[in-house]
Design a protein around this ligand. Structure first.
Ligand SMILES: Nc1ncnc2c1ncn2[C@@H]1O[C@H](COP(=O)(O)OP(=O)(O)OP(=O)(O)O)[C@@H](O)[C@H]1O
Ligand SMILES: [Mg+2]
Length: 428
């Protein structure tokens, strides 16, 4: 049996310094089962501005919470930990491949999503103030390439500088290569193109964020930055708010956490837009606005065949005390062969994950929408996607050739297949 513990810090609403929140202990038994234990500190509970890290799973109180879900790492904490990409960078930097959940939490630098921090000291550290700048993107892109190719990192005099550069951005989640950079006004996530990408991902994602905006969705702010002969997508961080000489931080919970789901295919029964709408009704301070927005995002993903819309690609944030749906991010089309049936990652109606208008409409009441309202939203969005995807893509610099590659992602025939008619022919 092994056991490791750390302290959890938070930047409270309106503040720019960390305070200590809790102690978190992770124990792994001889069968490899990990149990996490979390207990709020007495001094934190005595604060009159204390907020819970998760309003349902980790309510404010003096009891010890424990979980074996998500390898023992409570969702609210796991959301502040890196995923595939960040973990790969940490492994590369440390030269180790035997790292556990606690190592990833502690090894990743203080630029993680949300308002939390982790450390071994009961007293919180000063928050990070120095970030890579957009001018460093050339070097950051080179480093990302080295990591993708699994080549050796430069050593000698350069090594220290490389280590510093690499640290930034590793705390953010996701699989694609990325880094966090700062310009005069904000922090941005730079998402790099990979040499083996099938099309220019940066420009296509930028186009999808803008197409979403045309469809009445609230996307994250973004822009394209050309680095050498390659493009990168810069997405403005919505969990940071610039102050005079620092940043305020919003708490952030992924949909995976809200749904109390594991990140595995076996647990996919819990991956559901319908259940997520119910969770939004519970947590959001603007329920109807957010469930309507979620409905739009679900329809949009169906209309652009964004089948990678997994629960970490949705989140709620709280810059102050109130929670609301975050801006939309990570929208990518996936032009599949199938014309009749494409499935989203989350259940969207009575017919499961089927990206089909009737299916999307079947549970619209759970999104607090009248049937007519829901129908109008779908009809309007379908018309906009069909009419504008190409125009928006070209405007955002997606080449003609790349447009051809992604064309069959949009408003595919199965979106309008009549489910009842199919069911009837199958039974007769
Ligand atoms: N604008 C933003 N502000 C704050 N956090 C963000 C923003 N965009 C993304 N994130 C966080 O960073 C994570 C990774 O971002 P994103 O999903 O765009 O990367 P990705 O590598 O394409 O992901 P995937 O593995 O789903 O393909 C998200 O899951 C979310 O937690
Ligand atoms: Mg993602």
């Amino acid at each position: 049996m092994s056991s490791k513990e750390c302290f959890v810090y938070i930047m409270l609403p309106g503040e720019t310094e960390f305070v200590t929140v809790a102690k978190f202990e992770l124990t792994t038994d001889r069968h490899g089962i990990s149990t996490g234990r979390f207990v709020y500190g007495k001094s934190y509970l005595e604060r009159n501005n204390a907020v819970p890290l998760d309003p349902y799973e980790l309510e404010l109180g003096s009891r010890t919470y424990s979980t074996t879900l998500l390898n023992g790492v409570f969702g609210a904490l796991r959301d502040a930990s890196p995923d595939y990409w960040g973990r790969r960078v940490i492994e590369k930097r440390s030269g180790r491949t035997d790292l556990g959940e606690m190592d990833y939490l502690l090894e990743s630098p203080d630029d993680r999503a949300g308002a939390l921090g982790f450390g071994l000291n009961p007293k919180p550290p000063a928050p990070k103030k120095k970030f890579n700048k957009t001018i460093d993107l050339v070097r950051l892109q080179e480093l990302a390439d080295i990591i993708i190719a699994d080549e050796d990192l430069p050593d000698g005099a350069e090594a220290a500088q490389v280590q510093d550069l690499m640290l930034d951005g590793t705390s953010m989640g996701g699989t694609r290569p990325k880094a966090v950079v700062e310009d005069a006004n904000a922090l941005w996530i730079a998402k790099f193109n990979r040499s083996d990408d099938k099309w220019n991902y940066a420009r296509v994602e930028r186009a999808m964020l803008e197409l979403a905006r045309e469809c009445g969705i609230r996307p994250a702010e973004s822009r394209i930055k050309t680095i050498g002969d390659r493009d990168a997508l810069l997405v403005k961080r919505f969990d940071r708010e610039k102050t005079d000489n620092s940043y305020r931080r919003a708490r952030m919970l992924s949909a995976l956490t809200l749904l109390r789901a594991e990140d595995t295919h076996q647990d996919r029964t819990k991956w559901s837009y319908v259940l997520l709408a119910e969770e939004l009704r519970r947590i959001s301070s603007q329920a109807k606005t957010d469930t309507t927005e979620l409905f739009r995002r679900m329809c949009f993903n169906a209309l652009i065949s964004n089948t990678d819309d997994h629960p970490r690609n949705h989140a709620v944030i709280a810059m102050d005390r109130d929670w609301k749906l975050s801006p939309a991010y990570d929208l990518t089309p996936s032009p599949q062969i199938s014309k009749e049936r494409r499935d989203l990652a989350l259940v969207c109606g009575d017919m499961g994950r089927y990206a089909n208008a009737e299916n999307l409409l079947s549970q619209s009441a759970r999104f607090l929408l009248e049937p007519e309202e829901a129908k109008t939203i779908i009809d309007e969005m379908e018309a906009i996607v069909t009419k504008k995807w190409y125009e928006v893509a070209r405007r955002e610099g997606v080449t003609e050739k790349d447009c051809e590659k992604i064309a069959r992602a949009f408003a595919y025939p199965g979106f309008r297949l009549n489910i009842k008619a199919i069911a009837q022919t199958e039974t007769t």
